[in-house]
Design a protein around this ligand. Structure first.
Ligand code: IPE
Ligand code: IPE
Ligand code: MG
Length: 240
């Protein structure tokens, strides 16, 4: 077990991560961008252990956005292959009791990857530890449009009236379904933007942006972010 003295008392229930900077990490070393992604996958696996150890209940990771298809075929297929390879390791974290879920459109993904994702969800469904969600081909706007379509179907089929559609009900139609809203968003690589990640679910998240590149993000960097979060005054519009 880790040295848990370093853990702040107030923790986010749900921490989300924009894992950015792999390309820059590789470039600094004169390596191809894909080498950065390979290293980034290692960071992800290590960090899941740390988050579990620290006691975070929900962790969501942005692995591939709906906009990332714009990258070269070579980079896209390397990213997809890495996802395929690493899903096995993630599911085999049996002792950690981690439940795996995925958000994002699956149609455009390979049959192999889709099958691995379905199997991973199935195999880990009854685990009671931390819920890890990977966002693959995910876009916050796409998520909202899908939820709006579902709501329209419910109204059309007479299950609800337009006035029954509350924020709570709409939230349950999003890809995150029963996962609580994000408390802390961590973005590595220094860019000060959301990049179409969890637009609805981030409404009252505390934002933490670090210049550290994803490949260099470790337990020490995580603890720094958690300490910063613990000191925030979350007013939710109140005047306290
Ligand atoms: C990883 O970082 C994010 C993914 C889309 C997988 P990048 O590949 O965007 O790295 P930078 O921002 O170019 O350094
Ligand atoms: C966001 O990073 C997407 C992921 C981390 C998967 P990007 O590198 O794609 O974001 P932009 O292009 O800088 O906004
Ligand atoms: Mg980037």
């Amino acid at each position: 077990m880790a040295q848990n003295k370093d853990i702040p008392e107030i923790l986010p229930t749900h921490a989300a991560f924009i894992m950015d900077g792999n390309g820059r990490w590789a470039k600094k070393r004169g390596l191809p961008r894909t080498a950065g992604h390979r290293e980034g996958a290692k960071t992800l696996k290590k960090l899941i252990r740390d988050l579990d150890d620290i006691g975070i209940k929900y962790a969501t990771f942005y692995a591939f956005s709906t906009e990332n298809w714009k990258r070269s075929d070579e980079e896209v297929s390397a990213l997809m292959k890495l996802l395929e390879e690493n899903l096995d390791d993630l599911v085999n974290y049996k002792n950690e009791n981690v439940r795996l879920r995925f958000i994002g459109g699956r149609e455009r993904l390979s049959d192999v990857l889709q099958k691995k994702m379905n199997d991973a969800e199935e195999e880990s469904r009854t685990r009671t530890g931390m819920t890890v969600t990977l966002a693959i081909n995910y876009g916050g706007r796409d998520d909202i449009v899908h939820a709006a379509r579902k709501a329209a179907e419910l109204i059309k089929d007479g299950f609800i009236k337009p006035e029954d559609l509350t924020e709570e009900l709409f939230g349950s139609l999003l890809m995150t379904e029963d996962i609580p809203d994000v408390d802390l968003l961590i973005r590595t690589g220094g860019e000060q933007r959301i990049s179409n990640f969890l637009n609805w679910q981030l409404s009252y998240a505390e934002l933490y942006i670090t210049d550290a590149l994803w490949c260099d993000f470790d337990r020490k960097e995580l603890i720094k972010a958690l300490e910063d979060f613990a000191g925030r005054n979350r007013r939710y519009g109140d005047a306290k």
